[in-house]
Design a protein around this ligand. Sequence first.
Ligand code: GPU
Length: 824
Amino acid sequence: MKKATSPQAAATGATTEQLKQNIIKHLHSSLGTDVNKASSQAWWRATCAAVNEQVFDGLRNTQRTHYQQDTRALHYFSLEYLMGRLFSNNLHNLGLFEQAKLALAELGIKIADLEDQEEDMALGNGGLGRLAACFIDSLATLNYPAVGYGIHYEHGLFKQSFQDGRQIERPDSWREYANPWEICRPESVQEISVYGYVETVYDLQGLMKKVWHPGRIIKGVPWDIPVVGYNGSSVNVLRLWESRASDFFNWDVFNSGGYIDAARENIEAETISKVLYPNDETDAGKELRLIQQYFFCSCSLKDIIRRYKRAHGDDWSKFPQQVVIQLNDTHPAVAIPELMRILVDRADMNWDDAWALCQQVFAYTNHTLLPEALERWPVRLFEKVLPRHIEIIYEINRRFLAEQVDVLWPGDHAKKRKLSIIEEGDEPMVRMGHLSVVGSFKVNGVAEIHSKLVQSDLFPEMVALWPDKFTNVTNGVTPRRWLKACNPRLSKLLDEKVGTGWPVNLKLLSKLADYADDPQVQDSFMAIKQQNKADLAKEIKKLTRIDIDPTAIFDIQIKRLHEYKRQHLNLLHILALYRRILQNPDYDMVPRVFIFGAKAAPGYKLAKEIIYAINKIADKINNDKRVKNRLKVVFMPNYRVTLAEKLIPAADVSEQISTAGKEASGTGNMKLALNGAVTVGTLDGANIEIAEEVGSDNIAIFGLTVDEVKALHASGYHSHEYYHNNPEIKAVLDWLETDYFTPGKPGELSAIKHSLLEGGDPYLVLADFESYAKAQQLIDSWYRDKAGWAKKAILNTALVGKFTSDRSIEDYVSKVWQLTPCKI
Ligand code: GPU
């Protein structure tokens, strides 16, 4: 008997049919092809176009509502947005994924094949850029008026491949054949200036004025990427600026007969947004990078001011009420003197009023304590590129030192030297962190411990000056992408056990804890993990030709390659296991596959040596019959958002092993725990808060604490002692110097050993080795107890609801932004 169709199912049927017709329509009218001969590319583009009909409706409604209600809005300034693919994310957030899947199936198309047509939008390096992407998803989902501002890089993060185990970089051309999700907005073009000189002039009243005569004018062309909130809430925008030569400038050169010169000027202007700097947490200090920073900050501020003036004219009094700007690290800190310049030089506001306004608008997030990542620009570079801004920075600094520092610490020159925005020396430098703190009304770190260290170690005097300025907002990740879309099997189980509200109320997952001991739920949960692992095993075979046992423990370390993240600690432990197996053919261990994903900055030598070593050692171990499949090592090439979405649902063990005090927060740790992986981790960054949430039975903590790290450094750390006192450490380090892993070429892997011994082991790899190996033993013994492990995995998923980026955004709203949601 035929079941009566529910109204909901009927509506779904209608959308499916509608989608189908729309896809065909776009195949014809947008792609100029038809169902019989369309390529997967064409099908994908036609489907995007069909989906965009709804996206653009939502966008128009949202923008109209925000305009009519004249809402206060957040402006997120970030050099990086690591968006990944938008296809399935947009479908999920619009609630259309199942319908689209069905519609395409009826047309004989597998949706997964279409997903693979899309290039990742990789306009970022790592955690900082991905955080920005999660935040704009949450802002739209929670109906907060917000715009993300950044750069429309022509080339995102390089693509990685391996040649004889060494990293090769190739350019990323994500929009070579156009990107269906972006809209160019020529009506909102901005022009900005760089170079030139500053003239001092006096007006009719005899008042001094500074006039900047720019050396070059550059056009910023905005591209808007709609950001679709979950459940058809708001559709916000990510506005990315592309640089072009200004028409005015071209015309000028052209008229003077310099046709070739004009072409060259074009190329120079276009260079600004050409490529993302691939350095993660290192200050490159290059002129072009400073110009990138200024270019997008200036375009964005002018865009904000244009919108404000449309509603409020020349009355600046409501500006701080309407506008809040979040600086994603110090990369956009030049926005502070730029707003001062606009107010003082262009709007003729007096300094005190302008500064008061500025200090109500900016807030700054610090993402690292690593000294090499704290941005400093040579004063002489600033003088050349932004001659007016350096004057403004000097004036901000003069007043800060006279009116704040000298008042609290009268006559204390050491304090002034330490707090000055200008660092004195042979090459005077602008300290962008200092500038950011002085110019902002709030400063936050990204996990509890990190925020404490920002206050105690990085800016203690600033805290003394402004105790209320400093706060914490622990990072989070969007559960829409990092659970619902990437792990559909687990999502379905969660829908059944805790209801369907969890994607927007992640704390609901805690209901799953009630089932942690339920054998049936344990079986379902682990069966899902097993299926995800089988899928990943196939992917690994496809990408690396390596066969792995899908029932082994999948132990995953995915993140940028950095000494402080200690991929080499993981590697030394792998070598120790391998050695134990060779020394004892019956060595008893649960089979384990160690999986890495990591890009190294192209100029970071040791990081690249570590990649090479992992690949060489993997090669040896994977082909050694004596290992009998107890151990496999896989380095997945070209780690990126799309690969993370395949790895994370299949992880049993999550490696979060940074030296305590070095990882500001981490966010991969959250994604892996959310998908039921058990963390092996140090008490660093957000690991500490994850441990608090899941409890000590469900996480393997090891290693020195922040205080112990400090004490060890203070008392004098000698890595040699660990080398001489621990035979296993000595053996594996010496092994690296032989030609065992690189036949005929001894010493090819010795860079790691040298950095740990002669190099002094700055990240305490050897000091933490023994404790790490013990934690790994614990994981091994835990895994042998099937029910016990299932319980731990379930509790990880159940108890990490805190780490949704929705919670982070609500924290920012209440502690920093003071926004009101605006229902569309
Ligand atoms: N982070 Br600064 C980056 O990914 N890139 C950077 O340039 C800087 C920081 C990361 C932190 O290392 C990581 O701990 C944190 O979770 C992430 O930012 C987001 O806050």
